[in-house]
Design a protein around this ligand. Sequence first.
Ligand SMILES: [Fe+2]
Length: 243
Amino acid sequence: MIDLHAHLLPGLDDGARSWEEAVEMAQTAVESGIDTVAATCHANLPGRESAELVRVYRRQLEQFRELLTKERIPLQLIEGMEIMDGPELVRKLKREELLTINHTRYVLAEVRLDAPAWQIYRMLTYLLDAGYIPVLAHPERYRCVQRIPGHVKEWAAMGAVLQLDKGSIFGRFGEGAADAAAYMLDRQLASLAATDAHRADVRTLSLAPLRDLLARQYGSACPELLLRENPRRILKGQEVIRF
Ligand SMILES: [Fe+2]
């Protein structure tokens, strides 16, 4: 399986707190049947200079690849960031001060959980207009979606790719997120699901339980599409399969 949203590199954000924890998370990933992970870190947050973050990020990524080889953990690491909406987002992407997923046109983008719906429409519009394909991180966790789930239909129709968090489907982020996730799964509006892992012990880098749950509730084609086929297509810069 492929996980395109995980906070795996230490010292960059609120994800892994040490190299040891990062290695433990990578081990968990492999044991749960994941072979490829995008090591996404939070980016474009206020107070942090983007170009400097890219430099540090790439250094850490390379260092972690070497560490995994040394530890004989067969996990492929992919470049990517979870990019917070903010001023000059497109300009920063064009200058590589913010990174797309695996050098493709796919941009993993998020807004604050309490952001108004119009801000998401605006962000998707300017990314699409600039030729990027927004992968909207965990729409089911946004309050505006929990109030009016129908927004996600419009975002998918605009061309955005919608990414569910494992924790939402398992109810970890409350009933609102679980209901919104179910709304999207019932209507086949989500194109992929990811761990959004932050730690070795909670919000883990394991996808097997999610694969099994999705297969039980929606049939085995569902996890095949959300955890394998569509992430694979995104990594290659190909169109995702939509229904
Ligand atoms: Fe995240």
